[in-house]
Design a protein around this ligand. Structure first.
Ligand code: C2O
Length: 538
């Protein structure tokens, strides 16, 4: 292992898409940002200098940050933002994990344009559980707004309504040929026939879950969120914001040109979304460069049956080289509801949410409010009145979560944390609610990879635990909680610090679909060290 130094300068740069030029915030002027390459065990020193116009932080999504919570990055959770002109050295070691992850800004909606891939190779000499292809490529899925994305968020929060839809979905920053004025902004992957390629697919979009398909080719999933899976061959994958998926692609079709791309999965009824897929070209050597590529068959945008089959087919390796320490008995048990709601609007601004109200969202009916100093600093230095350590293990109101909504749909507001003892074996059942429509929520937990031991539709019932997969459940950092259903996750609380959990649909986080967990220090040196001296102050 070695130490790798990266210098990230955050600054505005002009980018033109869809015949529209705009100034956007990006890492080193690049959209998407540069790739971070590392090996398992490496120390990363990433010096982030903010020369842009907004406060910013950076998050290394899926990096477990063992004993390095100060480098995790969510604004007002583990640090105060880096103000314009400021800088912060993110200093951490990649412990016992490898695979495809990504980094992104973690302050307001800046991650729309401030993001990039992280590729962590296994320790040298450690074999892959599949024949590792000679060529690998990164596929970052994203969303493009012609408007300033910060303004889109501000507008949504002021008016109380849903946010303006993005103007395009993108692959490696390019919308592809189906959008206006975009015929030449098409990512092209040139391949040789009869070879195997590794695609590292990342969903960095803000607000949309996506299917990814390649015309006429099956793809084989071998890794999700940086943990290996048993090979699973499929026509398409579903990937939520915050998820990463490695697939093998075998070029076993006739020499030619094929589109590959991403098309929306929208589980909610009556929620507007953009239908047009983003496409890239898979071009076989020897094909006619002017031929029209073959279109993929994407699943229908509401194909929850496909999504269920896909999610429940994934399995971790769970073999002698890759044992899976799935917690078999539970010492900290949480039942958490996730969902949208409404709140009264303030008269000065619009009321474009449901029935003249404003949209809001919550975990267990508590809508998360970002504090003015980070929860981690408040916890570490005993600063009072920043958060309360009383986030409930069970919802305060018990109701028929997926049935008729209760009459009062206004959640409480507050900054709370649930405290978990060191090395607890934790179970969290995440229950979608129908308070304001039902929707698949991609719930991301910082600081851990967890096992998805079960999922189902309707209200979770304890008897479902009998069918949990405690042998080879997939391990992920972002779970798609089924629309109108639930997912159960388990993990070991071996990482002291303050860890954010939130919906990775960014508008839901803006509305408060988030909470924090405090994992206490362990014995001996299994404690969170003090913050680095350059930790930004609020
Ligand atoms: Cu990918 Cu809290 O984020």
């Amino acid at each position: 292992s070695t130490t790798r130094v990266y210098n990230f300068t955050i600054r505005s740069t002009n980018v033109r898409r869809l015949c529209n030029s705009k100034s956007l915030v990006a890492v080193n002027g690049r959209y998407p940002g540069p790739v971070i390459f590392a090996n398992q065990g490496d120390r990363l020193l990433i010096n982030v200098t903010n020369n842009g116009p907004y406060n910013i932080t950076m998050h290394w999504h899926g990096i477990r940050q063992l004993f390095s919570c100060w480098a995790d990055g969510p604004a007002y959770v583990t640090q105060c933002p880096i103000q314009p002109g400021g800088s912060y050295l993110y200093n951490y070691t990649i412990v016992r994990q490898s695979g495809t992850l990504f980094y992104h800004a973690h302050e307001t909606w800046l991650r729309a344009t401030v993001h990039g891939a992280m590729v962590v190779f296994p320790t040298s000499g450690e074999p892959y559980p599949f024949v590792f292809p000679k060529e690998e490529h990164i596929i970052i899925l994203g969303e493009w707004w012609n408007a300033n994305v910060e303004d889109v968020e501000t507008q949504a929060l002021l008016t109380g309504g849903g946010p303006a839809l993005s103007d395009a979905y993108t692959i490696n920053g390019l919308p592809g040929p189906l959008y206006n004025c975009s015929a030449n902004d098409v990512y092209k992957l040139r391949v040789q026939p009869n070879k195997v390629y590794l695609l590292r697919i990342i969903n960095a979009a803000l607000n949309i879950e996506l299917f990814f398909s390649v015309a006429n080719h099956n793809i084989t999933v071998v890794e999700t969120d940086g943990d290996y899976t048993k090979p699973y061959s499929t026509t398409s994958i579903m990937i939520t914001p915050g998820q990463t998926t490695n697939v093998l692609l075998t070029t076993d079709q006739p020499v030619g040109r094929y589109y590959m791309g991403a098309s929306p999965y929208m589980s909610a009824m009556n929620v507007p979304f953009r239908m047009t897929p983003t496409l890239a070209i898979l071009e076989y050597a020897g094909s006619n460069a002017s031929s029209t590529p073959v279109m993929p068959n994407f699943p229908q945008s509401n194909d929850t049956a496909f999504v269920t089959t896909f999610s429940t087919s994934l399995r971790s390796l769970a073999n002698a080289q890759h044992p899976e320490p799935v917690p078999q008995t539970i010492t900290s048990n949480f039942f958490l509801t996730v969902g949208l709601g409404a709140k009264p609007c303030d008269a000065n601004f619009g009321c474009q949410g449901p029935n003249g109200s404003k949209f809001t969202a919550s975990v267990s009916n508590i809508s998360f409010v970002l504090p003015s100093v980070s929860v981690l600093q408040a916890y570490f230095f005993n600063i009072s009145n920043v958060f309360s350590p009383d986030f409930p293990a069970q919802p305060l109101n018990v109701f028929d979560y997926t049935g008729n909504p209760p009459s009062n749909i206004t959640p409480l507001r507050g900054t709370r944390a649930a405290v978990i003892p060191f090395n607890a074996s934790v179970q969290m059942v995440l229950q979608d609610t129908s308070i304001l429509g039902v929707e698949n929520h991609p719930i991301h937990l910082h600081g851990f990879s967890f096992y998805i031991v079960g999922q189902g539709f309707g209200n979770f019932n304890n008897s479902a635990a009998a069918a949990f997969n405690l042998v080879d459940p997939p391990r992920r950092n972002t779970v798609a909680v089924p629309v109108g259903g639930w997912a159960a996750i388990r993990f070991w609380a071996d990482n002291p610090g303050v860890w954010y959990m939130h919906c990775h649909l960014e508008i839901h986080t803006s509305w408060g679909l988030a909470t924090t967990f405090i994992v206490q220090n362990g014995p001996g040196n299994q404690t969170l060290p003090p913050p680095p001296p350059d930790l930004p102050q609020c």
